[in-house]
Design a protein around this ligand. Structure first.
Ligand code: KG4
Length: 344
């Protein structure tokens, strides 16, 4: 494995609705630019066709800005790390095609990164002047986003094993649907999180899933929420208005308890007390609070990402790419993006 001196990695992320570019030099983050796409909020979810068009518009200015903020010249870049999948294929094609063109133009290698592994490796992003709290291996990572809810056993940057995952909806999807039922915005997670702070988490109770092993299910919880609201609305047209905060607090509590029950069991069975959380839902204040409580109660060493690294970002892709670069794992110009298959 090489030393990471004088190595400059450009990271590119375009798997969903954020176009992001980041520069890492000698292991430290110099820039992380994210161009988000507001266009989707009007549709209540990400519209793939609009996402790929927006990536096409944003990718060059975003990369240009990342290079400028980092204060480097493009000729100094050692390699390009890009998200190959999983994600929306049209979105991935934009980042992949740019990475190929830039790698040919600069005559430097490409490194492919699995988006989900990128989220896990966000815990290894280093910034000058900030003392890093980096997990030793092995550790457990709860990866919770709009598309995934997984418990991952992380043995090394290159050896990650999914030991549990959702069999239907993801946790983020459940938050989004809960907000939608109440007429809230998309994405719904931040909205539910904010209202939940003012509500009573014991006001309403919802059916809990009984799924074997470390797997999750959130579709029953979502239906239970929908039916409860629908039934109350039959006798009280203002039910949502009067109970918005309590509904959010109760729903959020049910999601967090479901997530933490399985994670606690996995940590106990595997005798691992280093536990991390990653992905968009890791921004949730209730979930962060539950991690802190578990740290006190069960002696967990917990790893909570900085808020800017919870959502999709290229800093995590550049970091994951750096591990592969140092191992000499380069990608072929013929590689195609993949939407679903989780490659290692
Ligand atoms: O990882 P991410 O940015 O995108 C992908 O799914 O790839 O995650 C987005 C998800 C959305 O479902 C959003 O509602 C959820 O993360 N989310 C939250 C919070 N912030 C974002 N869920 C709960 N509480 C939050 N504060």
């Amino acid at each position: 494995m090489q030393k990471n001196d004088n190595i400059i990695i450009l990271g590119i992320e375009s798997s969903c609705d954020d176009t992001s570019a980041a520069i890492i030099k000698d292991g430290y983050l110099l820039s992380n630019i994210i161009s988000s796409q507001a266009v989707h909020s009007a549709y209540g979810g990400v519209v793939p066709e609009l996402a790929s068009r927006a990536h096409q518009q944003n990718i060059i200015p975003t990369i240009h800005q990342a290079i400028k903020v980092a204060g480097i010249d493009k000729s100094e870049i050692s390699a390009i790390a890009y998200t190959r999948g999983p994600g929306l294929i049209g979105s991935l094609l934009v980042g992949t095609s740019f990475a190929k063109g830039f790698s040919l133009a600069l005559d430097i290698p490409m490194v492919e990164v699995n988006h989900l592994q990128g989220h896990v490796l966000a815990h290894f992003i280093k910034e000058k002047g900030i003392e890093p709290h980096i997990p030793d291996f092995p550790f457990l990572c709860l990866l919770v986003s709009g598309g995934n809810s997984q418990i991952i056993l992380v043995n090394s940057p290159f050896d990650m094993k999914i030991i549990g995952q959702t069999i239907d909806d993801a946790a983020g999807e459940a938050f989004d649907k809960c907000a939608k039922v109440m007429g809230g915005p998309y994405p719904g997670g931040p909205y539910v999180d904010k209202l939940a702070k003012e509500g009573n988490s014991k006001a309403f109770s919802f059916a809990k899933p009984h799924i074997p092993g470390y797997d999750y299910s959130f579709s029953g919880l979502k239906t239970s929420f929908l039916y409860l609201v629908r039934d109350y609305l039959k006798t009280d047209a203002d039910f949502i208005e009067k109970n918005r905060a309590d509904l959010c607090a109760s729903f959020q509590c049910a999601v967090i308890e479901t997530l933490m029950d399985k994670l606690r069991r996995a940590a106990k069975d595997l005798k691992i007390n280093r536990v991390a959380v990653a992905g968009g839902v890791s921004a949730n204040s209730g979930l962060r609070g539950a991690f802190e409580e578990h740290a006190k109660r069960y002696g967990w060493d917990i790893f909570l990402p900085k808020f800017s690294y919870t959502t999709d970002n290229a800093a995590m892709i550049a970091t994951a790419g750096m591990f592969k670069f140092m191992k000499g794992e380069f990608d072929s110009i013929e590689s195609a993006p993949y939407s679903r298959i989780v490659k290692s």
